[in-house]
Design a protein around this ligand. Sequence first.
Ligand SMILES: [Fe+2]
Length: 338
Amino acid sequence: MNEYEKKERERPKPTLVTSAVIAHDGKYLLVRDDKFNFWRPPGGRVEWGETLEDTLRREMKEELGTEIQIIRTIGFGEDFAYHQTLDHKTHRVIFYFLCRAKNPILGYGDEGAGNARMKWVSRDEFLKETDMEPAFKDMMRRFDIRNILRMHENTERAEKFMTKHPLSSRVKESYFYHVRGVRKFAVLLCKFYNADIEIIEIASILHDIGADAGSKEHAEKSAEMAVPVLEKMDISEDKKERILSCIRHHSLYTPAENLEEQIIQDADSLSFFDGFWKLYLEERMIKKKRNKKEAISDTKEKLRVMEDKVRTDEGRRILAELINKTQNDLEEYAKGKL
Ligand SMILES: [Fe+2]
């Protein structure tokens, strides 16, 4: 080791940390142990060679005994906190992620079996906790976490409603696959056109909840069923109206009147070209008692109509990427090769 390397080794450095803001049913997890004298979202130091997300997954397994799903990045903050175990002040840069726990959390420390303290608090209590780690407070000054959590709670409410109300006219897996696909493309288009993500996500999750009413009436029915779901959300009246309007105008019979509505229309169509066509085809056989040949011809017709429904430039570009493969796959399927 040369002189420079030696000096580098000895030079104190800031610590990189990742933290998980774990959301569950409108509550958020805070922990407290002997390392620091404040409440904080659970987290830990990034080790050499790990990505921020790797660290988070490892730490949550070690500390809480759970796998997590990382929903989105919230932001970062820094502090010079006194670390009681190390007995010195550390300069910490903390990256915060919004997460969901995949397993029940029983405790904090030693894979959930430890005796450090933990508590689940509401969004307000979480954000107003005075005895909170300084880096988190710093992050709150830099990023709009209140709005991020509010939007997450609303989206989750919509998701919960959708998954708990499967349709009698649809095969459950096929319906959920379609909604996931619509959401995926809607979010892509939303980012491209800088539309309102909350409106787009909630509208795509709820757009087909009234599908049992049949193809002509279902858009109106979905909107009607969405009203009480939206009523329970912390969301402005203007946004509620715009979400309902997206739902009402998502089908073939109700042309889109603005960009948000067109995004939902485009995404609804694009989902067919992203694998959903096959589930649609099989659903025709199961639910409508069509034979294979008829179901294939129904699906071809449906794809033609759906192709026409895509109107934004970016939507057309995505469609162009998908369409050949879809048509080939459908031919192969017809020949019994897929
Ligand atoms: Fe749909």
